[in-house]
Design a protein around this ligand. Structure first.
Ligand code: MG
Length: 159
């Protein structure tokens, strides 16, 4: 059985994951309108991944005998600048998510809940990948410059 405090903290993270999903969907729509269909495709995949994170966390709460909830999701921005500016925001956002997951591990540790800590390590590892992937795209777009952006866009379209 999961503790009340931990259930609340994970449910808050579910809301954060869904906010992330909405952020990436908004970025995808924006990039599509700007003509960067590869970026839009990549971001839409990311949107799906964030929804999966939310569902995985809900599934975990339920398996531990708790109650998973869907809370109100705050509005997300609607403009993200150039692809480079957009992916810099992706990177910064993923760094913030990593911090949230770390804090969740701290709550699980304080509650002496080993199973939840074990479950969350998967997300700690996932965040290492998320940060590295976003940083890699920022790096590619920086090197590509204004004239190479469509090349990177086509690469992102292959995700
Ligand atoms: Mg996530």
């Amino acid at each position: 059985m999961i503790t009340e405090k931990l259930q609340k903290a994970i449910n808050e993270q579910i809301t954060a994951e869904m906010w992330s999903a909405n952020l990436y969907l908004a970025m995808s729509f924006y990039m599509e309108k700007e003509g960067y269909t590869g970026c839009a495709h990549w971001l839409k995949k990311q949107w799906m991944e964030e929804n999966e994170h939310a569902c995985a966390m809900a599934g975990y709460i339920l398996r531990r005998g708790g109650k998973a909830t869907v809370n109100k999701i705050d509005v997300v921005p609607d403009s993200f600048g150039t692809p480079l500016e957009c992916f810099k925001q992706v990177y910064e956002h993923e760094c913030r998510v990593s911090k949230m997951i770390d804090e969740l591990v701290d709550v699980a540790a304080a509650e002496k809940d080993k199973a939840t800590q074990d479950f969350l390590w998967g997300f700690v590892r996932e965040q290492v990948e998320e940060e590295a992937t976003a940083a890699g795209i920022v790096d590619m777009l920086t090197k590509a410059g204004e004239y190479g952006v469509m090349y990177v866009d086509s690469k992102l379209g292959a995700r």
